[in-house]
Design a protein around this ligand. Sequence first.
Ligand SMILES: *[C@@H]1O[C@H](CO)[C@@H](O)[C@H](O)[C@H]1NC(C)=O
Length: 370
Amino acid sequence: REVDLFGVDCFLLVSRIIIENARITIITTIIILAFVLGLYPVVETSQSASQSKYVAKRIDLCVWWAGETPATLLTNAAPIVSWFKMVPIPGGVFTMGTDDPGVPQDGEGPARKVHVKAFHMDKYEVSNTEFQRFVRATNHVTEAERFGDSFVFEGLLSEKVKSGITQAVAEAPWWLPVKGASWRHPEGPDSNITNRMDHPVLHISWNNAVSYCTWAGKRLPTEAEWEYACRGGLDNRLFPWGNKLLPKDQHYMNIWQGHFPYHNTAEDGYDSTAPVTAYPPNGYGLHNMVGNAWEWTADWWNIHHTVDEVENPTGVPTGKDKVKKGGSYMCHKSYCYRYRCAARSQNTPDSSASNLGFRCVADQLPDRVK
Ligand SMILES: *[C@@H]1O[C@H](CO)[C@@H](O)[C@H](O)[C@H]1NC(C)=O
Protein backbone atom coordinates (compact mmCIF):
# COMPACT_ATOMS: atom_id res chain seq x y z
CA ARG A 1 0.00 0.00 0.00
CA GLU A 2 1.18 3.49 -0.84
CA VAL A 3 2.05 5.63 2.17
CA ASP A 4 -0.38 8.51 2.60
CA LEU A 5 1.74 11.28 4.04
CA PHE A 6 -1.18 13.67 3.99
CA GLY A 7 -3.72 11.63 5.82
CA VAL A 8 -3.92 8.87 8.32
CA ASP A 9 -0.32 7.69 7.83
CA CYS A 10 0.96 10.94 9.22
CA PHE A 11 -0.85 10.23 12.48
CA LEU A 12 0.17 6.58 12.51
CA LEU A 13 3.80 7.47 12.04
CA VAL A 14 3.75 9.97 14.83
CA SER A 15 1.87 7.60 17.13
CA ARG A 16 4.53 4.97 16.63
CA ILE A 17 7.27 7.43 17.35
CA ILE A 18 5.58 8.46 20.56
CA ILE A 19 5.30 4.87 21.65
CA GLU A 20 8.78 3.82 20.60
CA ASN A 21 10.79 6.91 21.36
CA ALA A 22 9.91 8.64 24.59
CA ARG A 23 12.59 11.26 24.24
CA ILE A 24 10.84 13.25 21.55
CA THR A 25 7.32 12.53 22.70
CA ILE A 26 6.75 15.99 24.08
CA ILE A 27 7.81 17.80 20.93
CA THR A 28 5.79 15.56 18.68
CA THR A 29 2.75 15.89 20.88
CA ILE A 30 2.87 19.65 20.56
CA ILE A 31 3.17 19.37 16.80
CA ILE A 32 0.31 16.88 16.59
CA LEU A 33 -1.87 19.22 18.59
CA ALA A 34 -1.01 22.11 16.30
CA PHE A 35 -1.73 19.90 13.34
CA VAL A 36 -5.01 18.46 14.56
CA LEU A 37 -6.39 21.61 16.13
CA GLY A 38 -5.13 24.14 13.65
CA LEU A 39 -4.25 23.02 10.21
CA TYR A 40 -6.08 19.79 9.58
CA PRO A 41 -9.67 21.05 9.56
CA VAL A 42 -8.73 24.02 7.41
CA VAL A 43 -7.05 21.86 4.83
CA GLU A 44 -9.86 19.34 4.74
CA THR A 45 -12.67 21.81 4.31
CA SER A 46 -11.23 24.39 1.97
CA GLN A 47 -9.93 24.24 -1.57
CA SER A 48 -9.60 28.00 -2.00
CA ALA A 49 -6.30 29.52 -3.07
CA SER A 50 -6.12 31.72 0.00
CA GLN A 51 -5.82 28.59 2.10
CA SER A 52 -2.98 27.09 0.12
CA LYS A 53 -0.42 28.29 2.64
CA TYR A 54 -2.00 25.91 5.16
CA VAL A 55 -1.53 23.10 2.70
CA ALA A 56 2.11 24.10 2.33
CA LYS A 57 2.55 24.16 6.11
CA ARG A 58 0.99 20.77 6.44
CA ILE A 59 3.28 19.38 3.79
CA ASP A 60 6.32 20.86 5.57
CA LEU A 61 5.21 19.22 8.78
CA CYS A 62 4.92 15.80 7.21
CA VAL A 63 8.19 16.22 5.39
CA TRP A 64 9.84 17.05 8.68
CA TRP A 65 8.37 14.02 10.39
CA ALA A 66 9.19 11.71 7.57
CA GLY A 67 12.69 13.09 7.20
CA GLU A 68 13.73 13.14 10.81
CA THR A 69 12.16 10.01 12.22
CA PRO A 70 14.03 6.73 12.60
CA ALA A 71 14.55 5.05 9.27
CA THR A 72 13.15 1.73 10.45
CA LEU A 73 9.73 3.34 10.72
CA LEU A 74 10.01 5.05 7.42
CA THR A 75 11.41 2.77 4.80
CA ASN A 76 8.40 3.45 2.65
CA ALA A 77 7.87 7.09 3.47
CA ALA A 78 11.41 8.45 3.07
CA PRO A 79 11.49 8.50 -0.74
CA ILE A 80 8.25 10.41 -0.79
CA VAL A 81 9.92 13.26 1.07
CA SER A 82 12.11 13.98 -1.92
CA TRP A 83 9.07 14.56 -4.14
CA PHE A 84 8.24 17.84 -2.47
CA LYS A 85 11.36 19.53 -3.70
CA MET A 86 10.63 19.13 -7.40
CA VAL A 87 9.52 21.77 -9.87
CA PRO A 88 7.55 21.31 -13.07
CA ILE A 89 9.50 21.87 -16.29
CA PRO A 90 7.07 22.66 -19.13
CA GLY A 91 7.50 20.82 -22.42
CA GLY A 92 8.89 22.79 -25.36
CA VAL A 93 11.53 23.18 -28.03
CA PHE A 94 14.95 24.72 -27.40
CA THR A 95 18.35 25.27 -28.91
CA MET A 96 20.59 22.52 -27.55
CA GLY A 97 24.37 22.94 -27.74
CA THR A 98 26.05 25.97 -29.28
CA ASP A 99 27.75 27.06 -32.51
CA ASP A 100 30.18 29.06 -30.39
CA PRO A 101 31.64 26.29 -28.22
CA GLY A 102 33.67 27.19 -25.17
CA VAL A 103 35.44 23.82 -25.25
CA PRO A 104 35.15 22.58 -28.88
CA GLN A 105 36.60 19.11 -28.25
CA ASP A 106 33.71 18.37 -25.86
CA GLY A 107 31.18 18.22 -28.70
CA GLU A 108 29.17 21.24 -27.56
CA GLY A 109 28.10 21.93 -31.13
CA PRO A 110 26.33 22.20 -33.39
CA ALA A 111 23.39 24.23 -32.09
CA ARG A 112 20.29 22.16 -32.86
CA LYS A 113 16.55 22.26 -32.24
CA VAL A 114 15.40 19.70 -29.68
CA HIS A 115 11.88 19.01 -28.42
CA VAL A 116 11.48 17.97 -24.79
CA LYS A 117 8.25 16.78 -23.21
CA ALA A 118 7.18 18.10 -19.80
CA PHE A 119 8.74 16.59 -16.69
CA HIS A 120 9.56 17.39 -13.07
CA MET A 121 13.06 18.05 -11.79
CA ASP A 122 14.65 18.23 -8.34
CA LYS A 123 14.97 21.91 -7.42
CA TYR A 124 18.31 21.13 -5.79
CA GLU A 125 21.21 18.74 -6.18
CA VAL A 126 20.70 15.67 -3.98
CA SER A 127 22.11 16.64 -0.58
CA ASN A 128 23.99 14.62 2.02
CA THR A 129 20.81 14.63 4.15
CA GLU A 130 18.79 13.06 1.35
CA PHE A 131 21.43 10.54 0.43
CA GLN A 132 21.74 9.55 4.08
CA ARG A 133 17.99 8.82 4.19
CA PHE A 134 18.45 6.55 1.19
CA VAL A 135 21.40 4.74 2.77
CA ARG A 136 19.56 4.31 6.08
CA ALA A 137 16.54 2.86 4.29
CA THR A 138 18.42 0.55 1.91
CA ASN A 139 21.91 -0.02 3.40
CA HIS A 140 23.27 1.00 0.00
CA VAL A 141 27.07 0.85 -0.25
CA THR A 142 28.53 3.27 -2.82
CA GLU A 143 31.16 2.20 -5.32
CA ALA A 144 33.72 4.55 -3.73
CA GLU A 145 33.15 2.72 -0.43
CA ARG A 146 33.36 -0.67 -2.14
CA PHE A 147 36.54 0.21 -4.11
CA GLY A 148 38.06 1.75 -0.98
CA ASP A 149 39.10 5.02 -2.61
CA SER A 150 37.89 7.95 -4.68
CA PHE A 151 39.36 11.03 -6.38
CA VAL A 152 39.76 14.16 -4.27
CA PHE A 153 40.98 17.61 -5.31
CA GLU A 154 44.47 18.03 -3.85
CA GLY A 155 43.76 21.58 -2.65
CA LEU A 156 41.25 20.26 -0.10
CA LEU A 157 43.39 17.51 1.42
CA SER A 158 45.09 17.60 4.79
CA GLU A 159 48.90 17.27 4.77
CA LYS A 160 48.52 13.94 6.57
CA VAL A 161 46.35 12.43 3.82
CA LYS A 162 48.45 13.98 1.04
CA SER A 163 51.71 12.58 2.39
CA GLY A 164 50.37 9.03 2.06
CA ILE A 165 49.63 9.28 -1.68
CA THR A 166 52.10 8.40 -4.41
CA GLN A 167 50.12 8.22 -7.67
CA ALA A 168 48.34 11.03 -9.48
CA VAL A 169 46.60 11.58 -12.82
CA ALA A 170 49.26 12.70 -15.34
CA GLU A 171 47.12 15.24 -17.23
CA ALA A 172 45.34 16.49 -14.09
CA PRO A 173 47.85 16.24 -11.21
CA TRP A 174 45.46 18.01 -8.85
CA TRP A 175 43.34 14.87 -8.66
CA LEU A 176 44.57 12.33 -6.10
CA PRO A 177 43.12 8.88 -5.38
CA VAL A 178 42.45 8.99 -1.65
CA LYS A 179 41.96 5.82 0.41
CA GLY A 180 38.78 5.97 2.44
CA ALA A 181 37.33 8.96 0.55
CA SER A 182 33.57 8.56 0.10
CA TRP A 183 30.36 10.54 0.45
CA ARG A 184 30.71 10.31 4.25
CA HIS A 185 34.38 11.36 4.15
CA PRO A 186 34.71 13.70 1.14
CA GLU A 187 38.40 14.55 1.75
CA GLY A 188 39.42 11.17 3.15
CA PRO A 189 39.09 9.43 6.52
CA ASP A 190 39.96 12.53 8.58
CA SER A 191 37.06 14.52 7.08
CA ASN A 192 33.29 14.32 7.60
CA ILE A 193 30.00 15.84 6.43
CA THR A 194 28.63 16.87 9.83
CA ASN A 195 28.64 20.57 8.98
CA ARG A 196 27.57 20.18 5.36
CA MET A 197 24.49 17.97 5.41
CA ASP A 198 22.81 20.51 3.10
CA HIS A 199 25.65 20.37 0.56
CA PRO A 200 25.51 18.15 -2.54
CA VAL A 201 26.41 14.53 -1.90
CA LEU A 202 29.78 13.76 -3.55
CA HIS A 203 31.76 10.64 -4.51
CA ILE A 204 28.62 9.14 -6.03
CA SER A 205 29.12 7.05 -9.17
CA TRP A 206 26.61 7.06 -12.02
CA ASN A 207 25.53 3.60 -10.90
CA ASN A 208 24.92 4.85 -7.33
CA ALA A 209 23.00 7.87 -8.65
CA VAL A 210 20.74 5.57 -10.66
CA SER A 211 20.12 3.47 -7.53
CA TYR A 212 19.11 6.56 -5.55
CA CYS A 213 16.80 7.95 -8.24
CA THR A 214 15.18 4.54 -8.74
CA TRP A 215 14.59 4.18 -5.00
CA ALA A 216 12.97 7.62 -4.95
CA GLY A 217 10.68 6.63 -7.84
CA LYS A 218 12.56 8.93 -10.19
CA ARG A 219 15.30 8.67 -12.83
CA LEU A 220 18.34 10.59 -14.04
CA PRO A 221 17.61 13.33 -16.60
CA THR A 222 18.65 12.84 -20.21
CA GLU A 223 21.28 15.34 -21.32
CA ALA A 224 18.61 17.12 -23.39
CA GLU A 225 16.28 17.40 -20.37
CA TRP A 226 19.11 18.63 -18.17
CA GLU A 227 20.23 21.29 -20.65
CA TYR A 228 16.68 22.41 -21.39
CA ALA A 229 16.03 22.78 -17.66
CA CYS A 230 19.38 24.58 -17.16
CA ARG A 231 18.38 27.24 -19.68
CA GLY A 232 15.34 28.10 -17.58
CA GLY A 233 13.26 29.22 -20.57
CA LEU A 234 15.95 31.50 -22.05
CA ASP A 235 17.19 30.87 -25.59
CA ASN A 236 20.83 30.32 -26.44
CA ARG A 237 22.43 31.98 -23.39
CA LEU A 238 25.61 30.95 -21.65
CA PHE A 239 24.25 30.62 -18.12
CA PRO A 240 20.89 29.73 -16.55
CA TRP A 241 20.20 33.46 -15.99
CA GLY A 242 21.66 34.98 -19.17
CA ASN A 243 25.08 35.88 -20.56
CA LYS A 244 26.61 37.91 -17.73
CA LEU A 245 29.06 36.15 -15.44
CA LEU A 246 28.16 38.49 -12.58
CA PRO A 247 24.61 39.78 -13.03
CA LYS A 248 24.01 42.84 -10.82
CA ASP A 249 27.66 42.42 -9.78
CA GLN A 250 26.66 39.37 -7.79
CA HIS A 251 27.81 35.77 -7.85
CA TYR A 252 25.13 33.44 -9.21
CA MET A 253 27.14 30.23 -8.99
CA ASN A 254 29.91 28.48 -7.08
CA ILE A 255 33.00 28.24 -9.29
CA TRP A 256 36.73 28.98 -8.90
CA GLN A 257 38.00 32.52 -8.46
CA GLY A 258 41.76 33.04 -8.44
CA HIS A 259 44.62 31.04 -9.93
CA PHE A 260 43.63 27.40 -10.57
CA PRO A 261 44.67 25.04 -9.02
CA TYR A 262 46.71 26.99 -6.48
CA HIS A 263 44.44 29.52 -4.88
CA ASN A 264 40.66 29.87 -4.74
CA THR A 265 39.82 33.32 -3.38
CA ALA A 266 36.23 32.11 -2.76
CA GLU A 267 34.76 35.48 -3.77
CA ASP A 268 31.54 33.59 -4.45
CA GLY A 269 31.44 32.58 -0.77
CA TYR A 270 32.79 29.01 -1.05
CA ASP A 271 36.15 27.38 -1.76
CA SER A 272 34.50 23.96 -1.90
CA THR A 273 30.82 23.04 -2.25
CA ALA A 274 27.97 25.36 -1.26
CA PRO A 275 24.59 24.37 0.21
CA VAL A 276 22.32 23.05 -2.53
CA THR A 277 19.93 25.94 -1.84
CA ALA A 278 22.60 28.65 -2.37
CA TYR A 279 22.39 31.37 -5.06
CA PRO A 280 19.28 32.57 -6.91
CA PRO A 281 17.25 29.98 -8.86
CA ASN A 282 16.80 30.08 -12.65
CA GLY A 283 13.51 30.71 -14.48
CA TYR A 284 12.23 27.23 -13.63
CA GLY A 285 13.14 27.53 -9.93
CA LEU A 286 16.27 25.34 -10.17
CA HIS A 287 19.34 26.10 -8.04
CA ASN A 288 23.00 25.45 -8.85
CA MET A 289 22.49 23.98 -12.31
CA VAL A 290 25.95 25.33 -13.09
CA GLY A 291 28.87 25.28 -10.65
CA ASN A 292 28.88 23.61 -7.21
CA ALA A 293 28.90 19.93 -8.26
CA TRP A 294 28.90 18.23 -11.66
CA GLU A 295 25.65 16.37 -12.26
CA TRP A 296 25.27 12.97 -13.90
CA THR A 297 22.87 12.51 -16.80
CA ALA A 298 21.43 9.28 -18.21
CA ASP A 299 23.14 9.56 -21.63
CA TRP A 300 26.24 7.80 -22.95
CA TRP A 301 28.98 10.18 -24.06
CA ASN A 302 29.35 11.00 -27.73
CA ILE A 303 30.64 14.17 -29.39
CA HIS A 304 28.88 13.90 -32.76
CA HIS A 305 25.32 15.20 -32.93
CA THR A 306 22.81 15.43 -35.76
CA VAL A 307 21.55 18.89 -36.73
CA ASP A 308 18.12 17.37 -37.45
CA GLU A 309 15.27 18.52 -35.24
CA VAL A 310 14.67 15.64 -32.81
CA GLU A 311 12.22 14.80 -30.01
CA ASN A 312 13.21 13.63 -26.54
CA PRO A 313 16.67 12.39 -27.54
CA THR A 314 18.28 9.88 -25.19
CA GLY A 315 21.81 9.93 -26.62
CA VAL A 316 23.70 7.12 -28.33
CA PRO A 317 22.66 3.56 -27.41
CA THR A 318 25.95 2.58 -25.78
CA GLY A 319 29.40 3.85 -24.89
CA LYS A 320 32.20 3.90 -22.36
CA ASP A 321 31.45 7.12 -20.47
CA LYS A 322 28.33 8.87 -19.20
CA VAL A 323 27.65 12.58 -19.78
CA LYS A 324 27.93 14.95 -16.82
CA LYS A 325 26.78 18.56 -16.93
CA GLY A 326 27.10 21.90 -15.19
CA GLY A 327 30.72 22.11 -14.01
CA SER A 328 31.72 22.43 -10.37
CA TYR A 329 33.27 24.63 -7.69
CA MET A 330 36.62 23.71 -9.26
CA CYS A 331 35.85 25.18 -12.69
CA HIS A 332 37.84 28.22 -13.81
CA LYS A 333 37.79 29.67 -17.32
CA SER A 334 41.49 28.86 -17.74
CA TYR A 335 41.09 25.07 -17.29
CA CYS A 336 37.43 24.23 -17.26
CA TYR A 337 35.14 26.73 -18.96
CA ARG A 338 32.31 24.31 -18.37
CA TYR A 339 29.98 26.18 -16.04
CA ARG A 340 27.65 26.84 -19.00
CA CYS A 341 24.40 25.09 -19.96
CA ALA A 342 25.83 23.85 -23.29
CA ALA A 343 29.04 22.56 -21.69
CA ARG A 344 29.53 18.88 -21.03
CA SER A 345 32.08 16.36 -19.86
CA GLN A 346 32.28 12.66 -19.17
CA ASN A 347 33.26 9.89 -16.76
CA THR A 348 32.88 6.13 -16.64
CA PRO A 349 29.72 5.00 -14.80
CA ASP A 350 31.74 3.68 -11.85
CA SER A 351 33.78 6.89 -11.38
CA SER A 352 33.43 9.11 -8.36
CA ALA A 353 35.08 12.34 -7.29
CA SER A 354 34.92 15.19 -4.80
CA ASN A 355 33.11 17.47 -7.26
CA LEU A 356 30.57 15.12 -8.83
CA GLY A 357 26.95 14.71 -7.69
CA PHE A 358 23.51 14.51 -9.29
CA ARG A 359 19.82 15.36 -9.18
CA CYS A 360 16.83 13.35 -10.39
CA VAL A 361 13.79 13.95 -12.59
CA ALA A 362 10.39 12.31 -12.94
CA ASP A 363 7.88 12.17 -15.77
CA GLN A 364 5.12 13.09 -13.36
CA LEU A 365 4.46 13.41 -9.66
CA PRO A 366 2.52 10.64 -7.93
CA ASP A 367 -1.15 11.46 -7.27
CA ARG A 368 -0.50 11.94 -3.57
CA VAL A 369 1.92 14.80 -4.16
CA LYS A 370 0.07 16.72 -6.88
C1 LIG B 1 33.96 16.60 11.70
O1 LIG B 1 34.83 17.55 11.15
C2 LIG B 1 34.94 18.73 11.89
C3 LIG B 1 35.84 19.67 11.15
O2 LIG B 1 35.31 19.92 9.87
C4 LIG B 1 35.48 18.42 13.29
O3 LIG B 1 35.52 19.60 14.05
C5 LIG B 1 34.60 17.38 13.95
O4 LIG B 1 35.16 16.99 15.17
C6 LIG B 1 34.41 16.18 13.07
N1 LIG B 1 33.42 15.29 13.67
C7 LIG B 1 33.60 14.00 13.77
C8 LIG B 1 32.48 13.22 14.38
O5 LIG B 1 34.61 13.46 13.40
